[in-house]
Design a protein around this ligand. Structure first.
Ligand SMILES: *Cc1c(COP(=O)(O)O)cnc(C)c1O
Length: 427
């Protein structure tokens, strides 16, 4: 579907029904597939033929939905995982092993920060977190001989900073390694990181892609642009024979499909973090309206951010769509159509005023979820980070008064009025 715009691809990529087929993607609610001969089945296990045999590795419903997302991102191959966490885990672990190192922006989702900094360390993989605002020359100093990838988020959760993708891609490519970007907040509607040199994209489909808070999921999409064999010494997992598949070498056997094939054949086989086909179906429904929902979320967020910036009961507001925002220029370059519906702000009066404000909201919901069709908010100091003192919060880069506000698809005037009446209750 490469000639169509993302709006059309949201509806028509992936599942293309033949004559008499169901219009909507069928849910293949089956663990296993039937084959007529033992040889047919054997070829699948040798990766000599493509086909389905067990849903722990692959399922057609998932693959149709992954194909749509892959087309939206402009990639060559994609897969769904059971969560965004699993997607980021697989994306890195597919090319890093014990003794390896990688670089990630320090400004990333808390769950990913923990995965990279704590859990990967236990597996012998070291992550150095860097300030994404540093110039290229400074970032280069963190590269080591065993550094295998660079990671960042297009728009960071929760601080809504916009990553300079070209700078990070240059850093990665100058050192013969790929750039992996988590594109959850921007979605392919507002940014396609491959167009700026990124090699692999991940998603928490739990957020805007599902959009309705129905199912946790993730995805990995490969651009097919990174030449693994040109850096074969760094990526033995892709460029040397896999003994668990009779000595097959992914990079030579599968070309541009090598990275996703390895992640499916090896990591899904061994870790089994697959998305249920039922959840893949929900994501597919979400994708159909993504191109309509995202501009609306952004337009609403712009109005809410402008209102917050004009109200003197608000101490600060951070939204890349505001002309005064530190991220405005990067946002214009990488997300000219808009960024996302998420913003942060502080209510004057600190922790107590923030709590009173949140408890007074009528339909804006206190929830750990974000990037949804309904307006939701979270106050890290009283929720996700409640065990930390104000000083510890400051060290973690999270002001005690920071409220993460995820603007939904309601009437923007109703959202603003809900905020107004809650602010009235503080004073
Ligand atoms: C939520 C989120 C994740 C983790 O995704 P889950 O689906 O909750 O596992 C990863 N990255 C970003 C940017 C997120 O917002």
């Amino acid at each position: 579907m490469s000639d169509y715009s993302v709006d059309t691809k949201c509806l028509h990529s992936g599942w293309v029904p033949g004559n008499g087929d169901p219009r909507q993607v069928p849910i293949y609610q089956s663990t296993t597939w039937k084959y007529s001969t033992s040889e047919d089945m054997g070829k699948l296990f040798d990766l000599e033929a493509s086909g389905y045999f067990y849903t722990r590795l692959q399922n057609p419903t998932n693959d149709y939905v992954a194909a749509k997302l892959c087309d939206l991102e402009g990639g060559v191959a994609g897969m769904l995982t059971c969560s965004g966490q699993a997607a980021n885990f697989f994306a890195v672990f597919n090319i890093c092993e014990a003794g390896d190192h990688f670089i990630a922006s320090a400004n990333i989702y808390g769950g990913t920060y923990n995965l990279f900094g704590v859990t990967f360390k236990k597996m012998g993989i070291e992550c150095t977190f860097v300030d994404q605002k540093l110039p290229l020359e400074e970032l280069q100093k963190y590269i080591r001989p065993n550094t295998k990838c660079v990671f960042g988020e297009t728009i960071t959760n929760p601080t809504v900073d916009v990553l300079d993708i070209e700078k990070f891609a240059t850093l990665a490519h100058n050192n013969g390694i790929p750039l992996i970007m988590d594109n959850t907040f921007a979605t392919p509607i507002n940014c396609r990181p491959f167009e700026f040199g990124c090699d692999i994209v991940t998603h928490s489909t739990t957020k805007y892609i599902d959009g309705h808070g129905s199912s946790v999921g993730g995805a990995i999409i490969d651009s097919g642009n990174f030449d693994w064999m040109a850096h074969a010494d760094k990526f033995p997992g892709l460029c040397t024979p896999d003994e668990s598949y009779h000595g097959l070498t992914y990079a030579t056997a599968f070309g541009k499909g090598a990275y996703i094939t390895k992640a499916t054949a090896q990591l899904m086989r061994d870790f089994g973090s697959i998305q249920s086909p039922q959840n893949a179906y929900y994501i597919q429904l979400g994708l159909e309206s993504l191109a309509v929902r995202i501009p609306r979320a952004c337009a609403n967020a712009q109005k809410v951010a402008e209102f917050l910036a004009s109200d003197d009961r608000i101490s600060w507001v951070k939204y890349p769509g505001l002309k005064t925002d530190s991220q405005y220029e990067l946002a214009q370059k990488y997300c000219p159509k808009g960024t996302c519906g998420v913003m942060c702000f502080g209510v004057k009066g600190g922790r107590e005023a923030s709590i009173k404000f949140m408890d007074s909201l009528k339909f804006a919901t206190i929830a750990t979820h974000v990037a949804d069709c309904k307006t939701m908010l979270l106050h890290p100091a009283s929720h996700t980070h409640r065990q930390l003192t104000d000083e510890q919060l400051a060290e973690a880069g999270i002001p005690a008064d920071l409220i993460r506000f995820s603007v939904g698809l309601e009437d923007p005037d109703d959202i603003i009025n809900d905020i107004k009446q809650a602010l009235d209750k503080i004073s």
